[in-house]
Design a protein around this ligand. Structure first.
Ligand code: NAD
Length: 310
């Protein structure tokens, strides 16, 4: 019988892609989302949908029975908002995660794959970053919630025998990214460029990032469904790219250049983040396949054909 997977945050950018891949591979999928940010239209019609908030433990306990695993992606994600509204982020992300873990314990669903972030490393001392690098100081409440959510998942592994896989994403991008507000570089550059508006650029584009195309990112969620125990994996391409080079590539694809709007420095931005993905390659046989040029072409194509999203 096919496995049943519950995806929290499945109506969001990454969750809707993960859901589609799971369905294509024959899994049954239930999405739990409160629609605070995601939208129902992005859900594949084959999905079972439950509009439940993570904080509603009773509601979760009604939906969870019969599932083999949870992929936990529901979260508030906007760093700037987390600085303005730390209580809301703590409540939603940390208390919400504990509510989910308790509901899983009570319904005997004991496998979780958790969406974490490279931000847990703070300012890395060494590149590429390995999973055993020390976690760094956090410059914003969003980062603190990610570190704490990881800690709670690990606690339920130790205390309640949960199978836990923590995936630390580097910089995902791709079709369907429609955050409100959008603070990520690639969608903002592409939308501005298509509209021939100035491209908003921080730090003169000197930061180095490991941009991972959405299809590669989501494929990393499948193999951990067969893992027992506790695992932590980086999910990145191992290629560090300067933000100015992303702009150059976008201009090359579009065939024209657009003015830059110098936004100065943005507090809390780390100069360089590049993953070592040796561990996930070796242990799961996963690796990124789509390079930045191809990923940008596909992403530009999406925004071109969805003018309302620009
Ligand atoms: N997008 C990135 O660049 C990035 C990078 C690293 C890690 N992540 C992590 O990946 C996950 C998904 O990110 P995304 O970009 O798809 O975000 P998103 O905002 O598009 O999706 C998150 C979804 O979670 C839902 N949600 C939030 N709080 C909820 C709650 N209390 N109950 C039920 N549903 C709730 C929202 O409605 C939304 O549909 C998050 O955990 C995020 O921290 C994202």
């Amino acid at each position: 019988m096919s496995k049943e997977i519950l995806v929290t945050g499945g109506a969001g950018f990454i969750g809707s892609h993960v859901t589609r891949l799971l369905l294509d591979q024959g899994f049954g999928v239930t999405v739990v989302d409160n629609l605070s940010h995601g939208n129902k239209e992005s859900l594949d019609p084959r999905t079972k949908f439950e509009q439940v908030d993570l904080l509603d433990q009773e509601g979760l306990e009604k939906v969870l029975p019969g599932h083999d695993a949870v992929i936990h992606m529901a979260s508030l994600i906007e760093v700037g908002e987390s600085v303005e509204r730390p209580i809301e982020f703590t409540q939603n992300n940390i208390v919400g995660t504990v509510s989910l873990l308790e509901a899983m314990k009570n319904t005997n669903v004991k496998k979780i794959i958790f969406s974490s972030s490279a931000c847990v490393y703070g300012v890395p001392k060494k590149l590429p970053i390995m999973e055993d690098a020390p976690l760094g100081e956090q410059e914003n409440p969003y980062g603190i919630t990610k570190v704490t959510m990881e800690q709670f998942c690990m606690f339920y592994h130790r205390r309640n025998n949960f199978d836990v896989t923590i995936l630390r994403y580097f910089n995902p991008y791709g079709p369907g990214e429609l955050h409100q507000p959008e603070t990520h570089a690639i969608p903002n550059f592409i939308r501005a460029a298509l509209n021939k508006n100035p491209l908003p650029l921080f730090w003169k584009g000197e930061q180095i990032r490991d941009f991972i195309y959405i299809d590669d990112l989501v494929s990393a969620h499948i193999l951990p469904l067969n893992l027992g125990g506790l695992h932590i994996f980086n999910v990145g391409t191992e290629v560090g790219v300067k933000v100015t080079d992303v702009i150059r590539k976008i201009s090359e694809i579009l065939g024209y250049e657009v003015e830059i709007e110098d936004k100065g420095e943005r507090k809390g931005d780390v100069p360089s983040l590049v993953a070592s993905s040796e561990k996930i390659k070796k242990e799961l046989g996963w690796e990124a396949k789509i390079d930045l040029d191809e990923g940008l072409k596909r992403t530009i194509d999406f925004y071109r054909h969805h003018p309302s999203s620009t």
